[in-house]
Design a protein around this ligand. Structure first.
Ligand code: 4AD
Ligand code: MG
Length: 465
């Protein structure tokens, strides 16, 4: 009689005794003339189930096909394991090779498992233990994000991916067009976008925030969670051209409420990972980053330090005077580099830091202006090993001030009329922030390169698959 397959995760938690059916990929095979031990994994957990095959019961040719990477269906009895490392194993009565895997050509050999090498076989790397762990944690974090906001009554708002607005005003946008690039229509010396698909110039979004504000000033509290595109030519371990961002936006929140929510949010996610991804975290901790679990626990038991930009500059200037060497100079008015952020977090405060009150000239037009006329109510959350993982602010709710800032920056008010309407009709104080999903994952998985926490990374000169 056929029985239903059980996933490895479930099998490992069962009592011995049952007749079971397992399916998966061979991780390793070892043994001797009498008996073979096959570690079988199916991606449901970092752990494998051990298959014990008495060679007297199986055709030699069949067992030869059981090589690393091959896929199997195995039936047998779940028995108590005498070997160390697992409570139960399967004493096999039937083994079927579903798909062979040529050991000479299989790209995932034991010897070549550096992360750099795996990036060169990115289509297969998902099969490794490392990427299995990263993918499960990535899923768990996405699930936890929805669960967090749902429990607080936030509405998940779908903001457009194709847009005409450059929310951050940084100009790093990928254009979207159906025009024939070899024969672009021109009118008065300029590209005639009226001939383009949307009848105007459009791009992929750099942020859903501005549309998010329309949602928040309608239903109160929203969040977005979607892909975000930036054509910045930054080849760093922390930048992707396509990344995922979570952007909550809340009516009636000031900057204090905003900071409180950001801290609660990140702590919730870290705790969720510790509670639900323990096996995967332990694997990554042991293999790549011995301090990982401790660092995650550390975040939960600490209160993030809140520091103004101006005070942070003083700290950094003092550090330089005391002999600390930074690659980039720092003085009031400069945007911090990640070396500065990491100095503050790792060396000076020894905990996550929320920086507030930035010079207005290094931040976007929509941030609430402080009384001093020089700074705005922005906030960046900085984390150990990564630097900025969250950027946000209280928004300028005053119509006149917002319009003046748009003009000052030489931006087009006409294109932003829809946004300015939120301040014209029933304006309210409101705030929000954006969490870089992959930056969060860098922190939670302990991986050092952002290309290793997204299944199909897009970076300058790299868009495989
Ligand atoms: O600081 P940013 O640019 O803020 C915004 O986009 C605001 N509209 C957010 C808001 O207030 N709703 O980006 C937010 C976060 C950063 O802190 C960083 O974690 C991540 O997005 N991020 C990137 N992650 C990967 N690759 C890139 N190129 C990124 N650029 C930003
Ligand atoms: Mg930022």
């Amino acid at each position: 009689m056929e029985i239903k397959r059980k996933k490895v995760k479930e099998l490992l938690s069962m009592e011995p005794g049952a007749e079971v059916l397992a399916k998966g990929w061979v991780r390793t095979k070892r043994g001797n003339k009498q008996v073979k031990f096959i570690a079988l994994g199916d991606g449901s957990t970092i752990n494998n189930i051990q298959i014990v095959a008495d060679t007297a019961l199986f055709d030699e040719e069949l067992l030869k096909k059981v090589t690393t990477g091959a896929s199997l269906s195995v039936r047998g009895k779940l028995v108590e394991s005498i070997g160390s490392g697992q409570a139960v194993e399967i004493s096999a009565s039937r083994i079927e090779v579903l798909g062979e895997c040529d050991p000479m050509r299989f790209p995932l050999q034991k010897k070549d498992t550096t992360l750099e090498y795996l990036r060169s076989v990115a289509h297969m790397r998902l099969r490794t233990n490392t990427f299995g762990a990263v993918l499960r944690i990535r899923h768990a974090m996405a699930f936890a994000i929805h669960s967090f906001f749902n429990s607080k009554g936030f509405v998940y708002l779908h903001t457009p991916l194709i847009t005409e607005s450059d929310a951050e005003g940084a100009g790093d946008m990928f254009q979207v067009t159906t025009l024939d690039l070899a024969n672009v229509p021109v009118h008065g010396g300029k590209v005639d976008f009226s001939k383009d698909f949307f009848g105007k110039k459009t791009s992929l979004t750099v942020s859903g925030q501005l549309e998010g504000e329309l949602g928040a000033t309608a239903v109160g509290e929203i969040y977005t969670f979607g892909p975000t595109f930036r054509a910045e030519n930054s080849n760093t371990p922390r930048h992707l051209a396509e990344f995922w961002m979570i952007e909550p936006e809340m009516a009636f929140y000031d900057i204090e409420d905003n900071m409180e929510l950001a801290e609660e949010f990140v702590k919730f996610l870290v705790k969720y990972a510790l509670d639900n991804c323990a096996d995967d975290l332990k694997f990554l901790n042991d293999k790549y980053d011995e301090g990982l679990v401790e660092r995650l626990q550390g975040v939960l038991s600490t209160t993030f330090e809140r520091v103004t930009y101006t005070r942070a500059v003083e700290i950094l200037e003092k550090a330089v005077a005391d002999g600390v060497k930074f690659e980039y100079p720092v003085h009031w008015g400069t945007d911090f580099q990640s070396e500065h952020e990491r100095y503050l977090v790792e060396k000076y405060f020894g905990k996550p830091v929320i920086l507030i009150d930035f010079p207005k000239d290094i931040k976007a037009f929509y941030m609430k202006q402080n009384e001093d006329g020089r700074t705005v109510r922005g906030m960046d959350v900085l984390f150990p090993k990564i630097g900025e993982i969250i950027g946000g602010s209280e928004r300028e709710a005053d119509l006149g001030k917002l319009e003046r800032r748009i003009d000052e920056l030489g931006m087009s008010r006409k294109n932003l009329e829809w946004y300015i309407d939120t301040r014209r009709y029933g304006t309210v104080p409101h705030s929000g922030f954006g969490l870089g999903f992959e930056r969060l994952l860098l922190f939670v998985t302990g991986m050092a390169n952002i290309r290793d926490v997204i299944p199909f990374p897009r970076t300058p000169k790299n868009a495989e698959f």
